[in-house]
Design a protein around this ligand. Structure first.
Ligand SMILES: C[S@@+](CC[C@H](N)C(=O)[O-])C[C@H]1O[C@@H](n2cnc3c(N)ncnc32)[C@H](O)[C@@H]1O
Ligand SMILES: [Zn+2]
Length: 379
C-alpha cells in the first residue's frame, strides 16, 4: 500500500511528522517497548499507557494498534504540536481511548499521584539525561507496572565528566572500554536507589543501547529484599584490562588482583572504580522469551535475533571485552568473534555475543584468560 505524500509509516502506525522530533533510528527502542507492552497486556489483561513526551504521537499509535492498549494518555510539552497530534491520533486510534495534553512531564506525574491514577506503562522519551524524571516518573507508575526511560547523555555515562555524573546519578562514572553497558547500569542503579527511598524496588525488563541512546524498561515492585551485591562498583585496571565487580565492603582494596600473576611486577597497579551502579541482570529472561515468541509470530526476524542475544547476555558479568582490546593486549590480530566465543566455551567458560557492541564479547573468563585463549585461536 502506498502512502499519501508527507505520511510516514512505522509498524502499524501511519503519521505526519511536520515539526515534531522523530528519529527513524530509534525504531528498535519503540519495537521492543511495543513487544513488552503487548506481553504485559496478554499477561495482565489490561494496558493503560502514559506517554509523557510523545512528539508526533508514534508511540500512542503503536501501543494501541500493536500492543492493544486500552487507554493512552499522550502528553507533549510543546503546544505547537497540538494540531499534528490531534490529526495523527484521530486517524489511527479508537475514539474515546486516548487523551492529548500539553503539560510539563513532572506536573503530570504529580497530578497522577495526587489523583491515585497509576499507569501500567509510563514512557519518558526525554532529551539528554533522564535524571529530572527518575524519581518523579515513579509517582505515576502502578506497582507491578512498567517504566521506560531514555538517556542520550553518553558523554557523562561514558566517564568523560565524572563530576556531572555524580551530580545527576549520584555515581562517579569513569572511562573504560565497556561504557555502553555502564550507561544502562547507571540509569538502572539510580532508578533503583530512588525507588528504594520510597520503599520500592525496580527490576530490569530489558535494557538497550542502539549506538547512540540508552533505554531501560523496568518493572516497579514492592516487598523485594534489598540486595547490596546488585548495587555496587565496577573495577577496571587500565594497565592489564582486568575487570571485576567491587562490593561496598571491598572499596579499600584498590590493587588489581591480576597484577600478581604478571611477570616481574614491582609497581602496584590500581583499579579505577566506577559507580555505584546496577550489577544484576540486564534483562528479565522470561519476559524476553515471551517478547521473542511474539516477535517471531509477527515476522520480526531482526528483533528475534536481537532478543536471542539479549537473553544470552542477561546474567553475564556487568562488562564486556571489545575485540580490539583483546588484540591490543595480546599483541595480535583481532580475533573472530564467533571463533573466540566457541574457544571459550570449549574451555568451560560461559561466553556470548552482546548487543551492546557487535565487536565485543561477554564471558566469565578473566581478561587475561580471554587474551590467552584468543592467542591460541590466532595460531
Ligand atoms: C525525544 S522527543 C520524543 C519523540 C517521540 N517519543 C518518538 O518516539 O518519536 C522528546 C519530546 O518531549 C518534549 N518535551 C521535552 N521536555 C518535556 C517536558 N519536560 N515535558 C513534556 N514534554 C517535553 C519535546 O517537545 C519533544 O517533542
Ligand atoms: Zn591489572
Amino acid at each position: 500500500m502506498s502512502l499519501e505524500p508527507g505520511w510516514y509509516q512505522e509498524g502499524k502506525a501511519t503519521f505526519y511528522i511536520d515539526n515534531a522530533f522523530y528519529r527513524p533510528q530509534s525504531q528498535v527502542g519503540r519495537d521492543l517497548a511495543v513487544l513488552a507492552a503487548a506481553v504485559y497486556k496478554m499477561n495482565r489483561g489490561q494496558l493503560r499507557v502514559l506517554d509523557v513526551m510523545t512528539g508526533c504521537g508514534v508511540r500512542p499509535l503503536r501501543y494501541q494498534l500493536e500492543a492493544d492498549a486500552d487507554w493512552v494518555w499522550a502528553n507533549e510539552g510543546n503546544p505547537e504540536l497540538q494540531e499534528l497530534l490531534a490529526k495523527n491520533l484521530s486517524v489511527g486510534m479508537r475514539s474515546r481511548s486516548y487523551r492529548i495534553t500539553h503539560q510539563d512531564a513532572n506536573q503530570i506525574f504529580f497530578s497522577c499521584h495526587q489523583q491515585r491514577d497509576f499507569y501500567d506503562l509510563v514512557d519518558v522519551d526525554c532529551f539528554g539525561g533522564a535524571a529530572p524524571y527518575l524519581s518523579t516518573a515513579l509517582w505515576a507508575t502502578k506497582i507491578g507496572g512498567l517504566l521506560y526511560l531514555t538517556s542520550t547523555d553518553t558523554r557523562t555515562t561514558g566517564g568523560h565528566n565524572p563530576d556531572h555524573s555524580l551530580q545527576i546519578y549520584g555515581a562517579y562514572a569513569r572511562a573504560h572500554p565497556a561504557v555502553h553497558e555502564q550507561g544502562l547500569r547507571l540509569l538502572i542503579g539510580s532508578l533503583l536507589q530512588q525507588a528504594a527511598t520510597k520503599g520500592m524496588q525496580v527490576q530490569p525488563v530489558f535494557s538497550i543501547f542502539n549506538g547512540q541512546v540508552h533505554r531501560v524498561m523496568v518493572r516497579l515492585v514492592m516487598d523485594q529484599p534489598w540486595d547490596s551485591d546488585q548495587y555496587g562498583f565496577l573495577g577496571y585496571c587500565h594497565d592489564c584490562g582486568h575487570y571485576q565487580t567491587v562490593g561496598w565492603r571491598q572499596l579499600g582494596r584498590a590493587l588489581c588482583p591480576a597484577a600478581d600473576s604478571t611477570t616481574a611486577e614491582t609497581e602496584p597497579r590500581y583499579m579505577t572504580r566506577s559507580g555505584p551502579m546496577w550489577l544484576g541482570p540486564l534483562h528479565h529472561v522470561g519476559t524476553l522469551r515471551q517478547m521473542e515468541m511474539l516477535a517471531a509470530s509477527w515476522g520480526w526476524e531482526k528483533r528475534v535475533k536481537l532478543l536471542k542475544i539479549m537473553q544470552a547476555e542477561a546474567d553475564m558479568p556487568p562488562y564486556y571485552y571489545p575485540l580490539g582490546e583483546i588484540g591490543r593486549h595480546g599483541k595480535m590480530d583481532i580475533p573472530r568473534r564467533e571463533t573466540l566465543v566457541q574457544a571459550l566455551r570449549e574451555r568451560n567458560f560461559r561466553a556470548t555475543l552482546t548487543h551492546l557492541d557487535f565487536q565485543a564479547i561477554k564471558t566469565n573468563a578473566t581478561f587475561a584468560e580471554c587474551v590467552a585463549i584468543a592467542q591460541t585461536c590466532s595460531q
